[in-house]
Design a protein around this ligand. Structure first.
Ligand code: APR
Ligand code: PHB
Length: 392
């Protein structure tokens, strides 16, 4: 079999790339190790920058997002027991974020691909990539005991942090940068109305908390927990009691609790692999970089890479030139590093660190008072949160 672009991974990055290429008349196949149901079962973040919304519109998959997504013009920072609003829209000339779960983005993309007859091979086993340092890359996979080979012009490595693509690049050709944070996030999803209309990021001596949502009837809450914590030791009751201890008095009084429908612990990591291109292999999304979830940048960065990659591939098939492909890694990484810096900064500002003690807490609170009291500092937070500009 032959295709123009072989995409490895059917997460948001791979599916969105496939969608944008399809709309430009570029032929692709997506190979995914898991089943479609498994991919949809993963609960991830849910805040979209305007640029990600625009890209989903460009792919023709924005309808439900506009009907059901919640448009937010601010976030709240809670510290020293009091909430302070950061007026994102007022500070950025009217930019908003949209709260719409990654699961729903993935579902919309999957449905569109199925309706358009795009090829996605789920449960593709032992995917391997070959000859991407030549003009004739190949991809192999096994399904139901039969090995298949695909010839292509380009391989898009959209296979997440644990994927095969980045791992196949020769070690000497990649530089990796990493910071693992000494705590995790315990998250629960519950069918209860959110405590506030906007997200609340909480700095508390007992640890960070986040009050988020998926809709007006479904809430997502997180607590900072030690890395070694086991999800089994957190009953719903224990979770709600701890959340109420960390949020402000009004939120503690008004939060509506209920049974969790999902509960999990995720580690926090910053990671970047450079460059994002090796010959005809182009990495996008979590395959190339990970951010801690504090700034809600993971999905947005995946969309940002796909924006650059789809444009580069479309330009190549229209003009025959490799200019935009050559520019891909540099353009992506300049924006990636800004989001990595912002996510690291917001994580450092909001969490308890085991080694910084009361002094660290005071410094954080002082920075938070400065941030919420200074228009210049609030604007810096706001413009990063809603998403920094693109190069083209
Ligand atoms: N072969 C085929 N598919 C693979 C392989 C493999 N060897 N390894 C991984 N995959 C698949 C995974 O099963 C997954 O469905 O690649 C997909 C990668 O998807 P994501 O991990 O969701 O990554 P990405 O599409 O880059 O999306 C980034 O997801 O992790 C969040 O916070 C992150 O929101 C961000 C977004
Ligand atoms: C979420 O709703 O899951 C969420 C929201 C904002 C974040 C991280 C996660 O910064």
């Amino acid at each position: 079999m032959r295709v123009q672009v072989a995409i490895i991974g059917a997460g948001p990055a791979g599916l969105l790339l496939g969608q944008l290429l399809y709309r430009a008349g570029i032929d692709s196949i997506i190979l995914e190790r898991r089943s479609g149901e498994y991919v949809l079962g993963r609960i991830r973040a849910g805040v979209l920058e305007q640029a990600a919304v625009d890209l989903l519109d460009e792919g023709g998959v924005g309808k439900r997002l506009h009907e059901e997504g919640l448009v937010h013009g601010g976030i709240e920072l809670c510290f020293d027991g009091v909430r302070h609003r950061i007026a994102l829209a007022d500070l950025t000339g009217g930019k908003h974020v949209t709260v719409y779960g990654q699961t729903e983005v993935t579902r919309d993309l999957m449905d569109a691909r199925a309706a358009e007859g795009g090829r996605t091979i789920y449960e593709a086993e032992d995917v391997s990539i070959h000859d991407f340092d030549s003009d004739r890359p190949k991809v192999r996979y096994r399904r139901n005991g039969t090995v298949h080979e695909i010839d292509c012009d380009f391989i898009a490595g959209c296979d997440g942090f644990h994927g095969v693509c980045r791992e196949t690049i020769p070690r000497s050709a990649v530089k990796e940068y990493e910071r693992v944070f000494p705590f995790g996030w315990l998250g629960i999803l519950a069918d209860v109305p959110p405590v506030s209309d906007e997200l609340i990021y909480v700095n508390h001596p007992r640890g960070f908390a986040l009050c988020s949502m998926r809709s007006r009837t479904r809430s997502r809450y997180y607590l900072q927990v030690p890395l070694e914590e086991k999800v089994e030791s957190w009953s719903d009751e224990r979770f709600w009691v701890e959340l109420k201890r960390r949020v402000d008095a009004e939120a503690a009084r008004t939060v509506i609790t209920g049974p969790s429908i999902e509960k999990s612990i995720a580690p926090l990591r910053s990671f970047v692999a450079e460059p994002m291109r090796f010959g005809r292999l182009l990495l996008a999304g979590d395959a190339a970089h990970i951010v801690p979830p504090t700034g809600a940048k993971g999905l947005n960065l995946a969309a940002s890479d796909v924006r650059y990659l789809s444009r580069a591939l479309i330009d190549h098939y229209r003009s025959g030139s490799m200019k935009e492909i050559d520019a891909y890694s540099g353009k992506c990484l300049r924006r990636v590093w800004k989001a990595v810096r912002f996510s690291w900064w917001m994580t450092s500002l909001m969490h308890r660190f085991p080694d910084t003690g009361d002094f660290g807490q005071k410094i954080q609170e002082t920075e938070l008072y400065y941030l919420t009291g200074s228009t210049a500092a609030s604007t810096s937070l706001a413009e990063n949160y809603v998403g920094l500009p693109f190069e083209d």
